[in-house]
Each structure stands twice: as structure tokens, then as C-alpha cells.
Design a protein around this ligand. Sequence first.
Ligand code: ATP
Ligand code: MG
Length: 206
Amino acid sequence: MELLAQGAEAKIFRDKNKVIKERLSKDYRLPQLDDSLRKFRTRREAKVLHKLGDMKFPSPRLHDFCDNRMMITMDFVEGQTVRDVLDNESTKDDYQILAQEIGKKLALMHTKDIIHGDFTTSNILKETRSGELKVIDFGLSFFSGKVEDKAVDLFLLDRALASKHFQFYPGIFEHTLKGYKDTFPEAEAILARFEQVKNRGRNKKK
Ligand SMILES: Nc1ncnc2c1ncn2[C@@H]1O[C@H](COP(=O)(O)OP(=O)(O)OP(=O)(O)O)[C@@H](O)[C@H]1O
Ligand SMILES: [Mg+2]
């Protein structure tokens, strides 16, 4: 087994065509709280991956999970994070297409009332072979039909694009919205709320 990544929350191992995500304990958390938090996120990620698999949504297929060992086994996706793809100089002219694809993926999740909770370009992989985007990292996800929750999901993406991909901002978010609107019939209501969420943030700063 090979260690692929050590994220903020987990260690990611590769074993042939599978990935094992193991949530690590954090010293700064009370042990009991730490345990229940890791259990909750492991279960949640497995549940959402399972549901997405049923939907044929582009995310790694879930193979197995264990909420005692805090582990999830899923498909290995051969590729790069969209964050790295966008940081690569040669992608400059393609960012609009990529952004639209990102918006479509979020819209597909929102159509099924799945809120990602951490939808940033680090949590989207571009598969080398197919060029397809695959969404990962569902530990903070939840099910909700609320306009507010979808608007906040969109807002977090907006903030992540502004800070991590400022060289393409705001164009990159506008193209993301185009993909989102083209795919999600209820997008107008979400966008109206998104504007409110953004203004709330502004007012707080004053
Ligand atoms: N199924 C997968 N196939 C290939 N690589 C993966 C897969 N899942 C995760 N990775 C790699 O491991 C990294 C971290 O995974 P993930 O985002 O699920 O965990 P995390 O602990 O939340 O990490 P971070 O704090 O960096 O967001 C990803 O950015 C990606 O590079
Ligand atoms: Mg992540």
C-alpha cells in the first residue's frame, strides 16, 4: 500500500485500483468527541457515496466502510485535483469549460438534495483517461432540500474560487454559475438567496 495523501482530516492510501481513506484522531479534540465526530463523518461519507453511486453520479464507487476503524474503501481515480489543473499554466484557456463542468456537478447534487459541505477545487478530481470530473470528500455532506443550504454551498465555492483561483476570478465563478443554471431548474431561487448570503457576510464585516 502506498500513501497517496495526508489531508487535514485523513490519510489516503492506494491499494491497486482502490483507495482507503482513514480518518485520524486529533489530539486537540476531547477523545470522546473525536471518536463520535470521526464515526459520524465516516458513516456520512459512506452513505453519500452509496447514494451517489445509485444515481450514477461521477464520484468514486464505495466498496466498503468500517466505523470502528474509521475507514472507507472506494475506487481509485487516476488524475489530478481541479485545483492543480487550474494552477497549471497550460490550462489557462480551458478554465471556462472546466468551470461550467464544476457548476453542473454541483447542480446534479443539489437536484437530489445533496449538499456537499466542502465543495472546493481540492475536492474535485479530473480523471486523466476520460477527462471527466469526479467529486470526492463527503464527510461534511448532508441531505437537505432547503434553498438556504444550497445557496451556502454555492457561496463556499465562490469564496474558495476567489481565494485559490484569483487569477481567473470572477470569470471562473460566472462560468460555474452558467453550468449550474443550465443543469438545475430551481437555480434562480438559489441564486437569489446566494446574493443574500453574500450580503450577510458583507454586513458582518462592517
Ligand atoms: N478516490 C480517490 N482517488 C484518487 N485520489 C484520491 C481519492 N480520494 C482522495 N484522493 C486524494 O487524497 C486527497 C485528500 O482526500 P480527501 O479530500 O477525501 O480527504 P481530506 O482529509 O479532506 O483532505 P483535505 O483536507 O486535503 O481536503 C485528495 O485531494 C486526492 O488527492
Ligand atoms: Mg479534501
